[in-house]
Design a protein around this ligand. Structure first.
Ligand code: NAD
Ligand code: DAU
Length: 360
């Protein structure tokens, strides 16, 4: 039975990936989820799988060498899927250091522990061991409004502390592959959306605010473009790259679903109006008048757009979920999980929100 070490599995994409993997492989794999449970980590995301025999949760910081080395010493790990990171651009603008620590140092610790556990006396590696580093399209910088795409060959040009720290982590993985022939892949993915996304990110924040009749903050002119991917499609891509991709290669993940932020906000408002029954008192709160243009994000990247040609040609992956379906599924999930939203927006979230949006 193959054993996976997943880092950051209590976060948004990590928890969706774990659900996906158990749906796909059932009892044929074992997953060890290592997560420090920062503000973004939430064990409620994994409530329905926590009692599985082939699932183990370990609370640990990926920067803690001893803790990570102990997991490798006690388990014969076959696959590492490395999600753990500080992931929110706005937070990185206010407090860059924690991003460097977790994203760069934490990745170095993960690489080093995997290398130590997997290497053979002749400098090679045990067979069929693989490390997948989950990264972002933001490492490529910002595209012009009127053209161009991110390819795997696009030079790195990160522009925020978040993307700079992710670029640093990618470079470390590349260095391990080049220097030691360490068996790894990197995926660079576009913006994800779906269940369990923390409401500091655009889509869940807008859904939550609209349902409460709160202002919908749109940065700048609202015309920045992101390339949106349903999170389950990302989970599937990660698994396919790890099993079918060529080792040492990078694969871009995304798929020609570019939307301006204001378009996203209007789609959410229209979809909420369609989906809420007239008898639901929240329906009256959902209004275009809530849209509020606020001060722009510092250094706000104008446009991201992935060219997914390589992953399609080599691996046969392409996005399956149309945005119109994905956004309905996401909203339906938030309707059915009001307690989840209530729990994550109590306490620290209120303070974050007040600080972040005070002058906006
Ligand atoms: P998230 O913020 O929802 O989750 C991050 C998880 O990592 C949390 O569970 C948190 O507790 C854990 N974590 C943070 N610091 C840790 C540490 N020091 N040690 C152990 N665990 C720690 O993030 P996400 O949106 O799920 O993103 C996951 C990964 O995917 C990140 O590497 C991110 O850069 C990348 N990514 C995200 C997107 C997106 O749209 N969200 C797109 C492309 C790539
Ligand atoms: O492209 C992949 C990246 O996508 C990931 O690597 C990051 O981890 C993830 O957070 C995401 O980064 P973005 O900065 O693109 O996502 P965010 O949801 O924060 O913002 C999306 C767009 O919406 C961006 O142009 C900023 C804008 N925005 C965001 C918020 C939170 C607003 O206009 N208002 C808001 O309140």
């Amino acid at each position: 039975m193959r054993t996976y070490l997943v880092t950051g599995g209590a976060g948004f994409i990590g928890s969706n990936y774990i659900h996906y993997m158990f749906r796909k492989y059932g009892g044929d794999i074992r997953i060890i989820n290592v997560d420090a449970l920062t503000y973004a980590g939430n064990l409620e995301n994994l409530k329905d799988i926590e009692s599985r025999e082939n699932y183990t949760f370990v609370r640990a910081d990926i920067c803690d060498k001893e803790a990570i080395a102990a997991i490798f010493a006690e388990n014969d790990i076959d696959r590492v899927v490395h999600f753990a990171a500080e992931s929110h651009v706005d937070r990185s603008i206010r407090d860059p250091e924690v991003f460097v620590r977790t994203n760069v140092l934490g990745t170095a610790v993960m690489l080093n522990c995997a290398k130590a556990a997997w290497e053979l006396p002749d400098g090679g590696f045990k067979p069929d061991k693989k490390f997948l580093h989950v990264s972002t399209d933001e490492v490529y910088g910002s595209l012009e409004e009127d053209g161009g795409y991110f390819y795997e060959t696009t030079p790195y040009a990160p522009r925020s502390p978040y993307s700079a720290s992710k670029a640093g982590s990618d470079m470390l993985v590349k260095a391990y592959m080049d220097t030691y022939r360490f068996p790894a892949n990197i995926t660079n993915c576009s913006n994800n959306y779906g269940p369990y996304q923390f409401p500091e990110k655009l889509i869940p924040l807008i859904i939550n605010n609209a349902l409460h009749g709160k202002k919908l903050p749109v940065y700048g002119d609202g015309r920045n473009v992101r390339d949106w991917l349903y999170v389950e499609d990302h989970a599937k891509a990660i698994d396919m790259v790890q099993e079918k991709g060529r080792l040492f290669e990078t694969y871009n993940v995304g798929g020609h679903n570019e939307k301006q932020n204001i378009e996203i906000v209007r789609t959410i408002l229209n979809t909420l109006r369609e989906m809420l029954p007239d008898s639901d008192p929240r329906k009256a709160l959902v209004s275009d008048d809530l849209i509020t243009y606020v001060e722009d994000r510092k250094g706000h990247d104008r446009r991201y757009a992935i060219a997914p040609d390589k992953i399609k040609a080599e691996i046969g992956w392409e996005p399956e979920t149309m945005f119109e379906d994905g956004i309905r599924r996401t909203i339906q999930w938030f309707f059915e999980n009001e307690d989840w939203m209530r729990n994550v927006t109590s306490g620290d979230y209120q303070k974050y929100y007040e600080d972040m949006y005070r002058n906006r």
